[in-house]
Design a protein around this ligand. Structure first.
Ligand code: FE2
Length: 188
């Protein structure tokens, strides 16, 4: 991986070595991620490949103690996530193109989910979510005709974490584990 990315992963390691409180990690981590996505000349092409049907999430780095992971999210034209949560802190930095993030209030089961509004993220900008500041959102490529890429850092090994997708109409939730695009499927 490029030195620019290695500088970031080392700096994030030092950050979680020094701090465990989430507000501090989000505040200082936001600045580190902004520095990473201020440049778009470092992401290897293999981690920037869109899939024709599904958005892709490539693991770029996982802390050996699983305190954080870093993923490239590659959106094909018009692709979007379901409404989902993370259960850990997450920093989202826009590298290429643009995306919409729509936040939702914690649902009351049986009722339609309440949108808290939609934000557009442009290259160089960073957003964050977490259980303490609002953890439920839906993300989509802002473009119907081109690929967008964002870089995400999460407060755990996100591809292994049991979390949830939500039904917009009923607020009911289902467990899921996302895995990563760049690994073979597991059995069972
Ligand atoms: Fe998310």
């Amino acid at each position: 991986m490029a030195p620019h990315f290695e500088d970031f992963s080392r700096a994030l390691t030092r950050l979680v070595d020094a701090h465990s409180d989430e507000p501090r990690i989000l505040d200082l981590g936001r600045a580190l991620l902004a520095k990473l996505v201020a440049r778009d000349d470092w992401l290897p092409a293999e981690f920037a490949q869109p899939h024709p049907q599904y958005y892709s999430q490539y693991l770029l780095y996982c802390d050996p103690r699983q305190r954080f992971s870093v993923v490239s999210f590659v959106w094909g034209p018009g692709q979007k996530t379901p409404i989902h949560d993370h259960t850990v802190w997450a920093l989202i930095g826009m590298l290429r193109g643009a995306e919409y993030g729509e936040r939702f209030a914690v649902p009351q089961e049986g009722r339609p989910m309440h949108s808290l509004g939609t934000n557009m993220l442009r290259p160089g900008e960073v957003d964050c979510v977490s259980p303490s500041i609002g953890d439920i959102h839906r993300v989509s490529n802002a473009f119907e005709d081109r690929v967008s890429i964002s870089i995400h850092a999460y407060g755990g090994n996100i591809g292994r974490i049991n979390r949830h997708v939500y039904d917009a109409q009923t607020g009911s939730r289902k467990s899921f584990i996302s895995g990563y695009t760049n690994e073979p499927p597991t059995i069972g």
